[in-house]
Design a protein around this ligand. Structure first.
Ligand code: ADE
Length: 227
């Protein structure tokens, strides 16, 4: 899988994609993440990529031309499954969308800034708009990092224990059951006996019960059709 990120703040991604699981996935060749500075496609001598909004009003708008040039250049090199614009009014990111996008070969993520992008970008260049939640961030960069992380960890081989991504919260419509590690008794705070019992079937049943119970208490909206 390859992800190309278009942004005016490329440095924001350096440490995120340079560390830990994502870095290992990149060095194992499972994913490629390319972060591009949109200013590279500016034709302005000051490398500007934004301008005042027609009709007046506060804030700047990202121009169509540099974005069009960037996307056209990338598309001339390979086919993209989706060109995604991160925006608070996009489709809300959830596990099903992350699952779906994790099967893509190539994705472009466009990070908006200022007052957003010229509407013609959305009309003509974007195939999908994604929001990471009902709140407004200063730009799309954090949202692009969140979306990339949610997708990349689902790519086969990225997470060491193959079953671990599948047993995540939300994959089965349930939140995760509680987890414990040593010591079994910390100053009187004890690990449930069943987890120390060695009976895998009982442990699995207990975990499922806990997951259902927690989901009912914390996120009842996830139950509903299934269960
Ligand atoms: N850009 C600003 N806020 C955002 C959000 N909540 N989701 C995606 N992109 C955004």
């Amino acid at each position: 899988m390859r992800i190309d990120i278009l942004t005016v703040l490329p440095d924001l991604f350096t440490s995120w994609f340079g560390e830990s699981i994502i870095e290992r996935a990149r060095s194992k060749g499972l994913v490629e993440v390319h972060v591009h500075d949109l200013r590279a496609w500016s034709t302005d001598k000051h490398r500007r990529v934004d301008d005042y909004p027609f009709g007046g009003g506060a804030g700047m708008v990202m121009q169509v031309e540099p974005i069009h040039r960037a996307i056209t250049e990338l598309k001339s090199q390979r086919a993209y499954d989706e060109v995604i614009y991160l925006s608070p009014d996009g489709e809300l990111l959830g596990q099903p969308l992350a699952n779906q996008l994790s099967t893509a070969r190539n994705l472009i993520l466009l990070c908006g800034h200022y007052k957003g992008v010229d509407e013609r970008v959305r009309e003509h260049l974007i195939t999908r708009e994604v929001s990471i939640g009902d709140y407004v961030l200063t730009g799309g960069e954090l949202a692009a990092a969140v979306l990339s992380d949610a997708i990349i960890r689902l790519v086969p081989g990225v997470i060491g224990d193959e079953t671990s991504a599948l047993s995540d919260s939300f994959q089965d419509g349930l939140v995760a059951p509680p987890a414990y590690t040593r010591p079994a008794d910390y100053q009187g705070w004890k690990v449930p006996d069943v987890l120390l019992s060695g009976h895998q079937a009982r442990i699995d049943a207990w975990r499922h019960e806990q997951a259902v119970d927690r989901t009912r208490k914390r996120r009842p909206g996830l139950l509903g059709s299934g269960e």
